[in-house]
Design a binder for this molecule. Structure first.
Ligand code: MN3
Length: 205
């Protein structure tokens, strides 16, 4: 079995003007594809791992054979993180219900959450990601990771993510990462984040 690129649930231009069609197309067909290809190539060296879900590999990185461990973290992480990233993008949704209550209770208010998430995304030095996760204590938390490291490897369940590698925004925003992040709040699929939150609360890993 080899892993495949997930189909996007939206067209390349669906997130305009906040995320431009060209960036989505290149990000998906070139960058995401390359992580997938390298991930499958890496797994070919240990075919017994190819049947395992990617998040299970990332949850137990110390059990991955040492000769491919870092390659799985890099390419498996790159593959998984991008699949997850596409899944939480959509225009015109709002946080509500239990998720919004949890944000209010764990961050103080939605705007406090927004500030923390924005700050994590802005201050991630070099390439990486900023996340909203459910931690082991069952609380919401904002974390950032370098390269394609994933909070799953720290026992945290991802609910939302922003890609802050330059390839995610440079065509449209150039060096202005802050503008990209501010506009990113217009394209978060809060319905999907709420779904992930519900699953995480019910014990999905
Ligand atoms: Mn990317």
């Amino acid at each position: 079995m080899s892993h495949e690129l997930p189909k996007l649930s939206f067209s390349y231009d669906a997130l305009e003007p906040f995320m431009d069609a060209k960036t989505v197309e290149i990000h998906y067909t070139k960058h995401h594809q390359a992580y997938l290809d390298n991930f499958n190539k890496t797994l070919a060296k240990h075919p017994e791992l190819a049947e395992k879900p990617v998040d299970e590999l990332l949850d137990n990185v110390n059990e991955i054979p040492e000769d491919i461990r870092q390659a799985i973290i890099n390419h498996g992480g790159g593959y998984w993180n991008h699949s997850f990233f596409w899944s939480i993008l959509k225009k015109d949704t709002m946080p509500k219900g239990e998720l919004l209550q949890a944000i209010d209770s764990d961050f103080g208010s939605f705007s406090d959450f927004k500030e923390q998430f924005r700050n994590a995304a802005l201050t991630q030095f070099g390439s990486g990601w900023a996340w909203l996760v459910l931690n082991k204590e069952g609380k919401l938390e904002v974390v950032k990771t370098s390269n394609h490291d994933n909070p799953i490897s720290q026992g945290k369940i991802p609910l939302l993510v922003i890609d802050v590698w330059e390839h995610a925004y440079y065509l449209k925003y150039k060096n202005l990462r802050a503008d990209y992040i501010d506009n990113f709040f217009q394209i978060i699929n809060w319905d999907q984040v709420a779904k992930y939150y519900g699953e995480a609360k019910n014990g999905r890993k």
